[in-house]
Design a protein around this ligand. Structure first.
Ligand SMILES: Cc1cc2nc3c(=O)[nH]c(=O)nc-3n(C[C@H](O)[C@H](O)[C@H](O)COP(=O)(O)O)c2cc1C
Length: 197
């Protein structure tokens, strides 16, 4: 068995994977959302802190709750997407470290840090997990539409009130219309973005 993905797999996850804005009227089962999470959760985070928390907004009622927080350009596609994942982060991620990093007292490394330091750490690791999440979704045949154009405070109030979770970004999920895609924008070449020293 080869231990590298084949070309079709790489196309699915990277080369042909696009950010979608127009969605087919095709539902996404909850079981598939669970499979996506169960892959994404395996990606690494510092001290295995796993700060990402997700709310899958699926019902009409929940979509209506999300709507007032969205930037105008993100309303229509989000209301029509089969699912919108709110990728959130628990600023008190350290409470779970006795379970997640049992071989050391990792909770003591973080619990007395100021809020802005905790948020910085949570944001870094949650954003990584959000990226693992999108790759997992694509690997399981879903299309993604990530968005940061929304009012975080409104989303936090509507979905995370009374918790220590804050929203990071949103990600529409479903099956996109390939014919409605904009032309792919260029990426930086290796020489522009990287150096080997
Ligand atoms: C964190 C993040 C935030 C984004 N925010 C928005 C947004 O608010 N609205 C939008 O239409 N697209 C948004 N995008 C989509 C990007 O513009 C898109 O992913 C990028 O241009 C690459 O497109 P491609 O995947 O089709 O190549 C966002 C993407 C990411 C990863």
């Amino acid at each position: 068995m080869s231990n590298v993905l084949n070309g079709d797999d790489l196309d699915l996850i990277f080369r042909c994977a696009r950010t979608h804005n127009v969605w087919l009227d095709q539902p996404v089962e909850d079981a598939l959302l669970q499979q996506v999470y169960d892959l994404a959760k395996m990606g690494p985070t510092s001290a295995n802190m796993c700060p990402m928390r997700i709310v899958f907004v699926k019902s009409r009622e929940a979509k209506e709750k999300l709507k007032p927080a969205l930037d105008a350009g993100n309303v229509d596609k989000t209301m029509k997407a089969p699912v919108t994942a709110i990728i959130g982060m628990d600023i008190r991620f350290y409470d779970k470290l006795p379970k997640l990093f049992p071989h050391a007292d990792a909770k003591s490394w973080f619990k007395d840090l100021p809020e802005n330091a905790l948020e910085y750490i949570a944001l870094r690791n949650c954003s990584l997990q959000g990226a693992y999440f999108m790759l997992a979704a694509r690997a399981l045949g879903l299309d993604c539409g990530p968005m940061s154009g929304f009012d975080n405070a409104k989303v936090d109030e509507a979905f995370f009130a009374g918790t220590t979770i804050k929203s990071n970004f949103l990600c529409n999920l479903g099956h996109g219309y390939p014919s409605k895609l904009y032309p792919r924008s260029p990426r930086l070449g290796f020489e522009e973005a990287c150096k080997v020293v």
